[in-house]
Design a protein around this ligand. Structure first.
Ligand code: ZN
Length: 132
């Protein structure tokens, strides 16, 4: 397993970590198989989505913030229930096929770390799987 360290700068933020994940694949020398990127945090997530137009990142965050408001009758004492719920919706891992040493992704797809309770220092665990 490898670890990618992510430093976030805002309360909520989507960070493109596609390059870091590709670097981890290069370091392993994996040619064909898959990679799992797993976020070991309960107030962050990871998604695959469009990276070409930065407005998409903004829209995803804006709608998550609208659907999951800060002001609600939450019971969790720590006060960060919105972040836990957003994390549940985005999920904690993505899996991407690796072909000829490269992430096999659609033209506009990128992998985004999702911060929902930042700014913080975060980790993403990376596991490569070699094709049998
Ligand atoms: Zn909490």
């Amino acid at each position: 397993m490898d670890i990618i360290r992510v430093k976030t700068h805002s309360r909520t933020e989507l960070l493109d970590i596609t390059g870091e994940i590709q670097e981890a694949i290069n370091k392993k020398g994996l040619t064909d198989g898959a990679v799992i990127a797993y976020v070991p945090h309960t107030t962050a997530g990871i998604i695959v989505n469009e990276g070409a137009d930065p407005a998409v990142k903004r829209d995803i965050l804006a709608v998550l913030n609208m659907v999951i408001p800060d002001n609600f009758d939450y019971r969790h004492m720590e006060g960060n229930s919105p972040a836990h719920i957003k994390s549940s919706l985005t999920g904690s891992s993505v899996q991407v096929i690796v072909t000829s040493g490269k992430l096999a992704m659609g033209t506009w797809q990128r992998i985004f770390f999702c911060e929902f309770d930042g700014p913080r220092n975060r980790k993403v665990w990376i596991q490569t799987l070699k094709e049998a």
